[in-house]
Design a protein around this ligand. Structure first.
Ligand code: SF4
Length: 371
């Protein structure tokens, strides 16, 4: 398949691994963060880290949309789902994210009408088909998925679908990255930039990383050779003493992003003053809410939601995993009390979560064997 097979060529992968080795300075340890959960998934699915020298360490970032949803927001969703007459819709991953007591799947088992959808447009269709019910879409994701929610809301407004509304949990990637770079816990040498987000926002929003923090960023695709080439480009910048935003994913990411998507987002959404991130706490201006022009479609204004902050369970170390401070297998409950079937934390729920990636692709067995 074009743009897939040629980016999975094992021979080219080994050649790139050799070029990576040639860029390394003796005695130096390199820490590179892949921001996006999609990269984490590819890295472990294809064993990319096995091709890297021991002194090139990949650190997993906060870019998995499901992983960053705090317990309180899940509780808010469950509270809305339990309202009489509500059909509550969300993506499949969201169903298994633990709230303080229950998941949305538990709420469904207890009688709430919770349905999985593949897109917000599916939720809008359900609203049209059920004019006597209130249909709510639980929107999650970074700038990658926010445009599809925005377009759906625009359509709902144009068609005057009055029984449709949205709990907006869309988040933005730059503020948590800035928070991580300010963190004294973490020393990073460079970033593999989030290719999917950049298809919408472009490369420009990441220029603060080299300018303010002196770290290179390479926006990367998601196939194995994309990621290996991006690591090579980061190391090449470091060995040449350069520091800039480069775009490895030129076949998809335009430098200015998708201007139509950005325009629709700015029409439908506005920034929240602050938003709680799972394990990272409150981060200013890091999430979106519906603008006043779309207030009628805002489920948080239409329904009572508890809006209560809930502390993560003591055993859960998702925050440290999301900040790249620990590896998933270093969490005390990894693979024992916390598994994909019975997740305690969010990083074990979505395939893009670092814990699920380690668990599903054999890291669990390998790390335990090594111990
Ligand atoms: S193993 Fe479970 S609780 Fe621990 S960090 Fe991963 S998802 Fe969170």
């Amino acid at each position: 398949m074009k743009f897939v097979d040629e980016f999975r060529n094992a021979q080219l992968g080994r050649a790139l691994a050799g070029e990576i080795l040639a860029e390394l300075q003796p005695g130096r340890h390199y820490k590179v963060m892949e921001v996006c959960g999609g990269h984490t998934h590819s890295i472990y699915k294809y064993g990319i880290d096995d091709l890297l020298p021991d002194n090139v360490e990949l650190v997993h970032g906060p870019g998995c949309p499901v992983c960053v949803i705090p317990m309180g927001r899940v509780d808010d969703g469950i509270a809305v789902a339990r309202h009489e007459g509500v059909i509550f819709t969300c993506f499949g991953d969201m169903l298994r994210v633990p709230g303080s007591e229950y998941t949305l799947l538990d709420a469904k088992a207890q009688g709430a009408d919770v349905r999985m959808v593949y897109s917000p447009l599916d939720a809008l269709r359900i609203a049209r088909e059920n004019p006597d019910r209130e249909v709510v879409f639980f929107a999650i994701g970074f700038e990658t998925t926010a445009p599809s929610t925005a377009l759906t809301l625009k359509r709902a407004k144009t068609e005057n679908v009055a029984n449709f509304s949205c709990v907006c949990n869309h988040v933005t990637i730059v503020p948590p990255l800035r928070a991580l770079l300010e963190s004294p816990d973490l020393r990073l040498d460079g970033f593999i930039g989030p290719g999917h987000v950049c298809t919408v926002v472009g490369a420009r929003p990441f220029e603060f990383i080299p300018l303010d923090y002196g770290r290179p960023v390479v926006i990367s695709g998601f196939e194995p050779l994309d990621i290996l080439q991006s690591i090579h480009m980061i190391l090449r910048q470091l060995s040449a003493g350069r520091c800039e935003v480069e775009n490895q994913y030129t076949r998809v990411v335009p430098r200015e992003g998708n201007l139509n998507a950005l325009r629709v987002m700015s029409e439908v959404f506005e920034l929240r003053p602050h938003f709680e991130w799972r394990g990272l706490g409150f981060i200013s201006q890091s999430a979106l809410k519906l603008s006043d022009a779309y207030a009628d479609f805002d489920a948080e204004r239409r329904f009572d939601v508890p809006g209560v902050r809930v502390a993560d369970p003591k055993a859960c170390q998702c925050g440290e995993v999301l900040k790249g401070v620990i590896k998933p297998w270093e969490c005390k409950v990894f693979g024992t009390a916390c598994t994909p079937e019975h997740a305690i934390g969010t990083c074990m729920v979505s395939p893009e979560g670092a814990c699920a990636a380690y668990y599903n692709f054999g890291r669990f067995a390998r790390e335990r064997t090594a111990v």
